[in-house]
Design a protein around this ligand. Structure first.
Ligand code: BMP
Length: 268
């Protein structure tokens, strides 16, 4: 199973440029941490990114929660992603027919495809969603991940839904779809010679969950036991009390925890 290979040896198993870059950054910066920057102003978001940028392989955004979103903001984010060496993941969770998602991806206020290296989609509409998004993103070297499982309690993305999502990605080929949002390795390890990236949200060292259904596990549980590649942490890092240095320190703490769990996994 590719889970037992170092990130560096998995680079060559991908053709998509964004997937390769993610693995290269992880290896170079010794980090499997993605920080989810779920704050509501552009300045706050950029400030968090400047604090955590050195510790992460990826910054995850929800551009539609930023009240003063402009393309100047996304340009600054792209600039920081080059300076501090991380990939931008817009957590858009597309969920419509192919034609509509291709417009949502390329147009509107956000023009996501112009600045986000990676985005994601629900599989519920069927394979047309991948086709629609790939028309826009693939020529730009972008990548897509599908939501196969969710961290929230009562999620319907389980069992057969998860399996069929994996099959949909396999059928689409790995030129554009490069992995999954999931809580486990799903079935990816049994498909020979194919490497898929597993990104897991719902990671926290302090809380067990929130009042709205979120459920947290530790980096050790997520990377070590469940076999995920990237841990996604939001409030656990940007929400820490104690000011800017505390946010920076907390990102480093998660980076170290995530990396230790990965190194231990390789020893097995
Ligand atoms: P937090 O660590 O603050 O709970 O944030 C988790 C982030 O990951 C949020 O941005 C949320 O939208 C996202 N997310 C999630 O929590 N669970 C999923 O299954 C999929 C997600 O994208």
């Amino acid at each position: 199973p590719t889970t037992l290979l170092p990130y560096s040896e998995r680079i060559q198993l991908h053709t998509n440029p964004t997937a390769k870059r993610i693995l290269e950054i992880m290896d170079r910066k010794k980090t499997n941490l993605a920080v989810s920057v779920d704050v509501t102003t552009a300045e706050e978001a950029l400030e968090v990114v400047r604090r955590v940028g050195e510790s992460v392989c990826m910054v995850k955004t929800h551009c539609d929660i930023i009240e003063d979103f402009t393309l100047a903001f996304s340009e600054e984010l792209v600039k920081l992603s080059k300076e501090l060496d991380f990939v931008i993941f817009e957590d858009r969770k597309f969920a419509d027919i192919g034609n509509t998602v291709s417009l949502q991806y390329s147009s509107g206020v956000h023009k996501i495809s112009s600045w986000a290296d990676l985005t994601n989609a629900h599989s519920v509409p069927g394979p047309g969603i991948i086709k629609g998004l790939s028309t826009v993103g693939q020529p730009l070297g972008r990548a897509l991940i599908l939501l196969a499982e969710m961290s929230s309690s009562g999620s319907l993305a389980v069992d057969g839904y998860t399996k069929q999502t994996f099959q949909m990605a396999k059928d689409a080929g790995r030129e554009f779809v490069v992995g999954f949002i999931a809580q486990s390795r799903i079935d990816t390890d049994i498909s020979d010679g194919e490497d898929w990236l597993i990104l897991s949200p719902g990671v926290g060292l302090a809380a067990k969950g929130d009042s709205l259904g979120q459920q947290y596990r530790t980096p050790k549980e997520v990377v070590g036991d469940a076999g995920a590649d990237v841990i996604i942490v939001g409030r656990g890092i940007y929400g820490i009390k104690g000011g800017e240095q505390a946010v920076k320190d907390e990102a480093e703490r998660y980076r170290k925890e995530g990396w230790k769990a990965y190194e231990e996994r390789l020893q097995r």
